[in-house]
Design a protein around this ligand. Structure first.
Ligand code: UGA
Length: 356
């Protein structure tokens, strides 16, 4: 039996809210018959598996069960392929019986040689947080380096590629951009800091990762302001992409949620487009944002275009047509999709992240 419910950030203290996990444990306990492995799939703070065990034991003292921790590493928009071809499967178990059940369950995946790693409950729970925090660290690291690139005239693409060719570093998750968002990295980095605090341990690196990410979003606001000649007041900005990444309608902690309200506050008019995220965005962004069904009507009469999310549909755009529609020529590419030379040739005043 898998517990795979949400663990959102609890309001006020950054801790993961476990009420859904514990409610599921209580509910399951009543119906247990025969030996059952209860698997924690939700991302839960260290110690949760033991609490789930206690709740089940208290609710149904006769039950024959083990609790296991089996964190998931799926990305939104790529969940099926991540599930079928995982880099690893982590199973935190404390009995041979539970281990045998989970190994059998994952046998088909083991056949494609994905390593199945057995560990204790606490380590399995921490592997999930440590993995997400490390990936977030790579992103904040390259975002900080992108700032240095801008200051010294280096190219963050070249720097990331040159670093990534070292197998110990790896090329993935070194794309500079407007900061990470989504339902996982912001929540899990905060939760890791809370877990460390509760255990009297410092987590200065992860705390800095969170700070650098917030600063990166703020830096994007300045970048847009500079591209507009120092003030966004009275300017029309066309925003392409609202979701925290492509191939999802998810707006949770999307950089757009931090950047757009700041631009509106300073008197900008915002026209927005997103292939999937507009419905959710309408709930979360100020009412003054206008939404458009296609790229051309979004950029119509705009002083600047901001490419916020790297949807494929924004990669091969007809640049000449876009420029004709606009009233200005600033193009702020927060995902480094285009090349400066190509954009300048097309007539844009081009700005990106970490590349001059
Ligand atoms: C992330 C992890 O990648 C999954 O392994 C994990 O299972 C999942 O969280 C989770 O904990 O459930 P996800 O949030 O779907 O997956 O999205 P990512 O593809 O990791 O992207 C997260 C954010 O980082 C996005 O805003 C993306 O734009 C940003 N990012 C990613 C960068 O800015 N640069 C990069 O190089 C990579």
């Amino acid at each position: 039996m898998f517990i795979a419910v949400g663990t959102p950030t609890r309001r006020g203290d950054g801790h993961a809210d476990l009420k859904y996990v514990y409610a599921a444990a209580e509910e399951i306990a009543k119906y247990l018959q025969g030996y059952t492995v209860i698997v924690d799939k939700s991302t839960v703070p260290v110690g949760t598996a033991r609490n789930v065990e206690r709740i089940i034991r208290e609710t149904n003292p006769q039950a024959d069960f083990d609790v296991a921790s089996n964190p998931e590493f799926l990305r939104e928009g790529a969940a099926l392929s991540d599930f079928m071809r995982p880099d690893r499967v982590i199973i935190g178990v404390e009995s041979d019986r539970a281990e045998a059940v989970l190994r059998e369950l994952y046998q088909p995946i083991n056949l494609i040689e994905a390593p199945i790693m057995k560990t204790d409950l606490e380590s399995a729970e921490l592997i999930k947080y440590a993995s997400n925090a490390f990936l977030a660290t790579k992103i904040s690291f390259i975002n900080e380096i992108s700032m240095l690139c801008e200051a010294i005239g280096a190219d963050v693409h070249a720097v990331a590629k040159g670093m990534g060719l070292d197998g110990r570093i790896g090329r993935k998750f070194l794309h500079a951009g407007p900061g990470y968002g989504g339902s996982c990295f912001p929540k899990d980095t905060q939760a890791l800091v809370r877990i460390a605090q509760e255990h009297g341990v410092s987590s200065r690196i992860v705390e800095s990762v969170i700070e650098v990410n917030a600063a990166q979003k703020a830096r994007m606001i300045n970048k847009i302001r500079t591209a507009l000649g120092g003030s966004e007041a009275g300017k029309t900005i066309a925003v392409l992409g609202l979701t925290f990444k492509p191939e999802t309608d998810d707006m949770r902690d999307a950089p757009a949620l931090a950047i757009l309200p700041a631009l509106l506050d300073k008197g900008a008019t915002i026209k927005a487009h997103d292939p999937q995220g507009m419905e959710e965005a309408k709930e979360l962004l100020p009412d003054s944002v206008s939404y458009h069904e296609d790229i051309m009507s979004t950029v119509d009469n705009a002083d600047a275009v901001v490419l916020m999310t790297e949807w494929n549909t924004y990669r091969g755009m007809n640049l000449k047509d876009i420029l004709k529609k606009m009233s200005g020529n600033a193009f702020i590419d927060l995902r480094n999709v285009y090349e400066a030379e190509q954009m300048q040739k097309a007539g844009f005043e081009y700005h990106c992240v970490g590349r001059i």
